[in-house]
Structure formats: structure tokens, C-alpha cells
Design a protein around this ligand. Structure first.
Ligand code: NAD
Length: 544
């Protein structure tokens, strides 16, 4: 995907060229031949405008592509609706086969996906690989479990034996997925796969910075045999997202809490469903019984994977006083040893921030904390020598409660340290936030860690792991409490949000005249007496 010809094309001003003065041989350049078919997939019409994205490793232009107008979005949803009707009639098993093939394609063609994800986000390759692994897991899970999730249920009815009750799951129709830039492959597909399996169509609005990865996902679904019109990509900024919410039957939104509130308000007015995966201020408690040497590498990863631009990343370390000195010393040493760099291979531990806006926010949070008396134990500096948006993994101590970094989501490589002297205080500190996305507890005593977890107000809690095992356990629901979201993804949670239940009740007695109407036909108080007797018997037999 990256070669010298592309570098030449870039130098000649071809769309998608990257000019990296540090790497004249073409590193961080996309082949126009790869880009053109992707860009051609955008649902757009003449004159809708363009967007130019850049490569965070260099800050140089990456690709210029057309965006979608309001009319394009509306037309896309109409197309999706037509395709969805036929798709919903296909057997679940057939729909599941598409997911099986998609899972294989993502693994087999991972190097294409990894390059694109890295070039659009600036992340380290191992963080990009997490995306490939996640989608392979999600695709396999729903392909295997889908039929069971979607199967109809029989329940007891009003009149035992004479009433048949079935509860079916029906697709909602067209799902609008709106995604941020931080995990572009995961966020293009993680909700789309269960949505498609359930018989829906999906229109995706990715962040403009990571549109190519979303288009690659569309291409992969195409190659997996998904019929046309069922997964389309509209391109552009917030206004395109707003327009999408106006047309779809359900919105699966991932992004900031501020935007989530707006999307939820509009979905409420339209009376459509909304799943909201929002921000967090995640805490990790290090109890006094941990083996510090064994724990440090996992805790470093929990804080700095994807340069902290991960919804379930840890931004607050809550450390038991009894081991705080030893833990902090070893943790800080490991953080200072993290390898930063722009590399399309596995040599870097931590990549770049994705944009100037991210760099500004991280810098502002750290500067504000320092101005209020916090101490920097590691990092605290913009690493322009590595790349325009690189920021050193940062550990802050003595952060006052009023500091922005103590309360607001930084979404960057910055972690604060708070000391506590018992589990009780740890729980209080962990819950002292408007968010409730994810938390972690490190302790040798799993029973003790579970008791802490029980009292933490979060949608998920990991024990002796940062986030990977929670995220990768795709059969279990994952979703935020409090200001971190509504609804959830993974397992049956996605299917719950992406389907409507329909109850079909059959009067079985109609065939031989044993109906409520024939009872009422007896006149007088007979029907009431018969029903009173029946209800009393059911009560005594404890029938549900
Ligand atoms: P954002 O809310 O600014 O944007 C997210 C998406 O919404 C983008 O595609 C954007 O163009 C679109 N958008 C913006 N305004 C809109 C509007 N009014 N109507 C419809 N769409 C609109 O989010 P961001 O700051 O780019 O992303 C980072 C945030 O995402 C962080 O808060 C992070 O925690 C969160 N996130 C959460 C999860 C999760 O699963 N909980 C996962 C990844 C990221």
C-alpha cells in the first residue's frame, strides 16, 4: 500500500499524496490506486464539497474526498430501506455466513487494514491490531450465536393451553451508525455486524479523519457477499450526522457525552431508539497486596494503549498508601521506557495523538494541573521531535480536585495518582465522577477485588487486567452507566437495541369454539364466576 510510485504521485499533487519531508522515500504515503476505489464508495453527488484529511504521523495531507449532502444522506437511507426488506427475509443462517466470511477477510487482509488505520489515526500498530482482532471476534461470535439470539420464544398465555404466545425479534429497519476516529475499524463494524445479522441495513457516518477505514470496511463486507445497499458510508462532519438521525429507525452513536446528549434528544423527539456509547474517566485501583513487578506492565498498557485515546483507557490510578511508593517508582520507570514513534510495524509502544485538537486538549489539561500545583512524574511534554502531535506518556501526582484533569475526560496519555488507605476510600474515589464506563481493580485476592467491583458504579469492571479481556469478551454486554451512555453493545445487548420485539398471541380454542366470546355469550354473571374460579385456581397453583 505504501511505495515509491505513490510518493511520486504525491509530489505531483495527486489526490491522496503525502508529503513527508522526513521520509522522502514514501513512508506514510497511500497508493492512489488503493484510495480511488475506496473513495468511489462514498454516497455523494456532484457539488457536495470536499474534505481533506491528514496523516497524524506527519501532519501532511493524506486524502481529499467528496462529502455527502443532506440529499445524499436521504437517498442513501431510501436505498438502504429497499435493500433491507429483501435482506430481512433471508434466513439468519445465510446472513451469518456473510459475517463468517468477513471475519476471515479481516484476518487475511489485516496488513491493508492496519496500514490504513495507522495512517488515519497515527496509532501504534499493536493498537491497530486490537481492532482487527476485535472485529474477527465480533464477526465470529454473532455468526455462531446469531440464530440463538434471534430465535422466537414461546411463553404461557392468558388462558393456559388455549392461548399460544410467541415473541419474535424483528429488525428495526435502517440503523444509522455515527462513529468517532479513535478505533475506526471497530467503530465501523462492531454495531453494524449484529445489526446486519438481525436483518437491518446500516448507514455509517464515520469521523471525517477516518473515512478511508470505514470505506475499507464497506469493501470488505462487499467481498464477504453482503448484497448492495445494506452497508453504506456517508462522509462529512457533524451536519451529516445530524441529517442521518433525521432519517434512520435507530441510531447507534459512539462519541463524546456532549454530542451524545444532542443525538439522544433528537432521537427522543423522533421516538426512535438510540444506543449511546460515550466518554469516561476510568479509574484503576491498585490494592496493597499486589505483586508490583508483575502488575506494572499491565497497568501501563491500561493507561497508555492507543496513547490513551480509548474510551476504556485508565485516566485515574487509585493506589493503596501501603504500596504507593514502590508502585509509583516502578510505574513511572516503565512509563518513561515506553517507545514513542511513527512506525508501520510493531517497534513502537505508543503512537501519535490523532489531531491538533487532541494535542491542544491534552496540553491544556496538563498545563492547568501544573498551574494548580500538580507535579509531573513522567512526560508532561509535547514531543514535536517525534511528530507534530506526539505527546509523552504522562504521570501526574498531587493533582488538586478542582483541576480539569481530575474531573474531565482527557482522552490522551495522561494519568493521575491518588493515594487511599483502604478499599472503602478507593470505592469513594472511583465513584466520584459523573461517568460510569469502566474500572479496574488489581489485587492478589480475587474475592476482595470482586467485593470492590460490586460497589463500583460502572458498566464493566476488570480484575487484574486493564480493559482487553473485558473488551474481548464479546458475549458479555459492554456499556456505560451515568454520563457514559445508554444501552450497550456486544452479546445480546446489541441485538436488544437493534431489534423490536413483536408478540403474536393465538386463540387456540377458536378451532373448537372455546373462546372468550363464547364464554361471554353465556350472559349474566356466569362469565365473571367462571373467570374468578379460574384465576383463583391459577393463583393456588402459582402459575405465572
Ligand atoms: P464527537 O462526539 O465529537 O464525535 C463523534 C461523531 O459524532 C463524529 O462522527 C462526529 O462527526 C459526529 N457528530 C458530531 N456532532 C454531531 C451531531 N450534533 N449530531 C450527529 N453527529 C454528530 O466525539 P469525538 O470527540 O470525536 O470522540 C471521542 C469521544 O468518543 C470520547 O469522549 C470517547 O470516550 C468517546 N468514545 C466512546 C466509546 C465507547 O464505547 N463508550 C468508544 C470510542 C470513543
Amino acid at each position: 500500500m505504501i511505495d515509491d510510485a505513490a510518493a511520486e504521485a504525491a509530489a505531483s499533487g495527486a489526490v491522496g499524496g503525502v508529503l513527508d519531508p522526513e521520509h522522502p522515500q514514501g513512508t506514510f504515503v497511500l497508493e492512489p490506486g488503493v484510495m480511488a476505489p475506496l473513495v468511489a464508495r462514498i454516497a455523494t453527488s456532484e457539488g457536495s464539497g470536499t474534505h481533506r484529511s491528514m496523516c497524524p504521523f506527519t501532519g501532511a495531507p493524506l486524502v481529499t474526498f467528496p462529502v455527502s449532502s443532506a440529499e445524499d444522506v436521504a437517498a442513501c437511507v431510501v436505498r438502504a430501506r429497499v435493500a433491507q426488506r429483501a435482506w430481512a427475509r433471508r434466513p439468519v443462517r445465510e446472513r451469518a455466513e456473510v459475517l463468517q466470511r468477513l471475519g476471515r477477510i479481516v484476518l487475511e487482509r489485516q496488513s491493508e487494514a492496519l496500514d490504513l488505520v495507522q495512517l488515519e489515526t497515527g496509532k501504534a500498530r499493536r493498537a491497530a491490531f486490537e481492532e482487527v482482532a476485535d472485529i474477527a471476534q465480533v464477526a465470529r461470535h454473532y455468526a455462531v450465536r446469531g440464530e440463538r439470539y434471534l430465535s422466537s420464544r414461546r411463553l404461557s398465555g392468558m388462558i393456559p393451553l388455549l392461548t399460544g404466545v410467541q415473541v419474535h425479534r424483528r429488525p428495526v429497519g435502517v440503523v444509522g451508525a455515527i462513529a468517532p476516529w479513535n478505533y475506526p475499524l471497530v467503530l465501523a463494524l462492531a454495531e453494524a455486524l449484529p445489526a446486519l445479522l438481525a436483518g437491518n441495513a446500516v448507514v455509517l457516518k464515520p469521523d471525517p479523519q477516518t473515512t478511508l477505514t470505514a470505506l475499507w470496511a464497506a469493501e470488505a463486507l462487499d467481498d464477504a457477499g453482503l448484497p448492495a445497499g445494506l452497508f453504506q458510508v456517508v462522509a462529512g462532519g457533524p451536519e451529516v450526522g445530524e441529517e442521518l438521525v433525521e432519517h434512520v429507525d435507530h441510531v447507534a452513536f459512539t462519541g463524546s457525552t456532549a454530542t451524545g446528549r444532542k443525538v439522544a434528544a433528537r432521537a427522543g423527539e423522533r421516538l426512535i431508539g438510540a444506543t449511546l456509547e460515550l466518554g469516561g474517566k476510568n479509574a484503576l485501583y491498585v490494592a496493597d497486596d499486589v505483586d508490583v513487578d508483575a502488575a506494572v506492565p499491565g497497568i501501563v498498557r491500561a493507561c497508555f494503549s492507543n496513547a490513551g485515546q480509548l474510551c476504556v483507557s485508565v485516566e485515574r490510578l487509585v493506589v493503596h498508601e501501603a504500596i504507593a511508593d514502590e508502585f509509583v517508582a516502578k510505574f513511572v520507570r516503565a512509563v518513561r521506557n515506553l517507545r514513542l514513534g511513527p512506525a508501520l510495524d510493531y517497534t513502537a509502544d505508543v503512537g501519535s495523538l490523532t489531531s491538533a485538537a487532541q494535542l491542544d486538549k491534552v496540553t491544556a489539561h496538563v498545563d492547568d494541573a501544573l498551574a494548580r500545583g500538580a507535579r509531573v512524574l513522567a512526560g508532561g511534554v509535547h514531543r514535536a521531535d517525534v511528530g507534530p502531535y506526539f505527546y509523552a506518556p504522562t504521570v501526574l501526582d498531587d493533582v488538586p480536585a478542582q483541576a480539569t484533569v481530575a474531573r474531565e475526560e482527557t482522552f490522551g496519555p495522561v494519568v493521575t495518582i491518588t493515594r487511599v488507605d483502604c478499599d472503602e476510600d478507593a470505592v469513594t474515589v472511583m465513584n466520584d465522577t459523573e461517568y460510569g464506563l469502566h474500572a479496574a481493580v488489581w489485587s492478589r485476592d480475587v474475592g476482595r477485588a470482586r467485593r470492590v467491583a460490586e460497589r463500583v458504579e460502572c458498566g464493566s469492571v476488570a480484575i487484574n487486567d486493564g480493559y482487553t479481556l473485558t473488551w474481548g469478551s464479546v458475549a458479555a454486554p459492554l456499556g456505560g452507566w451515568k454520563a457514559s451512555g445508554l444501552g450497550g453493545r456486544h452479546g445480546s445487548a446489541s441485538i436488544d437495541g437493534l431489534t423490536r420485539r413483536q408478540t403474536v398471541v393465538t386463540s387456540r380454542g377458536a378451532r373448537f369454539g372455546a373462546t372468550l366470546d363464547s364464554l361471554y355469550g353465556l350472559g349474566g354473571d356466569t362469565p365473571s364466576r367462571v373467570l374468578t374460579t379460574a384465576l383463583s385456581v391459577m393463583r393456588r397453583l402459582r402459575m405465572s
